[in-house]
Write a new protein. Structure first.
Length: 297
């Protein structure tokens, strides 16, 4: 199980890595660094010298996607003998691996449409979902997959669901805000046409609701359900860091370095939200689970 657990962590990091490298592609203006798909150019599978830095950045993101698919196959091999006693792990990995070709095709459509902002937004959504599923996958490697029959006292389960839903809303408006901002991914691509000031405000509102809900859940969990305390503390720290970065980047003209850090925080927020909700529904802990692991305990 230790090898599977390590592989699951690798899957989570790789899924978050796809989001990060995709963000770097956009932030460096390398969205059309490879002008074609599935080849990098009509005549070359890999970037040529003439394509320069942008071709390397875009092709690097594509290469990571291939590595992610290979990782999924490797985990499938590890899980094959456990497919009957741990079908949850087996099918979670199947789902995560299946997202890769879907993303590849959507990436091709993104290139063919010259980075249409709405297609770019659609391209991001499966990756965000994959990070959440990968976080859930990691958590399952620390238990037997069997529920204890208990759950957190009311209203903590409802607050856990509210946190996950608010996280999804925050991500949704974050994608729209990015599509309205200055980082289009290419000098020829367009923006989504939304007012940048107003869409930023719409993005900030659910963020504040998420922070308030997290604090409320943490206060209650400290009194009634300790398994949720650690995930909630981690989530709150990530939220505050994300909020700080968000406000600083807004008032400093959205520098690409801060946006890159914001992308890292986005994956952390999704993973932590999944951990919070899942901690409301305990399962029997696996005998070799390392209790020191943060976020996904």
């Amino acid at each position: 199980m230790n090898r599977i657990r390590i592989a699951a962590w690798a899957m989570l990091i790789a899924q978050a890595g796809i989001i990060f490298t995709g963000g770097i592609v956009r932030l460096t203006g390398s969205g059309l660094g490879c002008s074609d798909w599935p080849k990098c150019t009509p005549d070359s599978l890999v970037p040529t010298k003439a394509m320069g830095f942008h071709g390397i950045i875009e092709f690097g993101n594509r290469t990571l996607a291939v590595a992610l698919a290979l990782l999924g196959v490797a985990i499938l091999i590890l899980l094959w003998k456990h497919r009957k006693d741990r079908p949850d792990l087996f099918w979670l990995n199947i789902a995560l691996t299946a997202i890769v070709p879907v993303q590849a095709v959507m990436g091709g459509i993104t290139v063919w449409t010259k980075l249409n902002p709405w297609v770019v937004a659609g391209h991001f959504v499966p990756s965000a979902i994959a990070v959440g599923v990968a976080a859930y996958f990691v958590r399952r490697t620390y238990d037997t997959g069997v529920r204890t029959g208990e759950k957190a006292p009311s209203p903590l389960p409802a607050l856990g669901w509210a946190i996950l839903i608010l996280t999804a809303v925050v991500v949704f408006f974050g994608v729209l805000t990015t599509g309205a901002g200055p980082h289009s991914g290419s000098t020829i691509s367009t923006r989504n046409g939304l007012d940048n000031v107003w869409i930023t405000r719409f993005h900030a509102f659910p963020v504040w609701l998420l922070v308030i809900t997290t604090i409320a859940a943490l206060v209650y969990a400290r009194k009634r359900w300790t398994p949720m305390v650690a995930p909630l503390v981690v989530l709150l720290i990530v939220e505050l860091a994300q909020g700080l970065i968000g406000y600083v980047q807004y008032f400093t003209g959205v520098p690409w370095v801060l946006v890159a850090f914001h992308m890292i925080g986005l994956s952390a927020t999704i993973a932590a939200s999944v951990a919070v909700l899942d901690s409301a529904y305990p399962r029997r802990v696996h005998a070799d689970a390392d209790r020191s692991v943060p976020v996904v305990r």
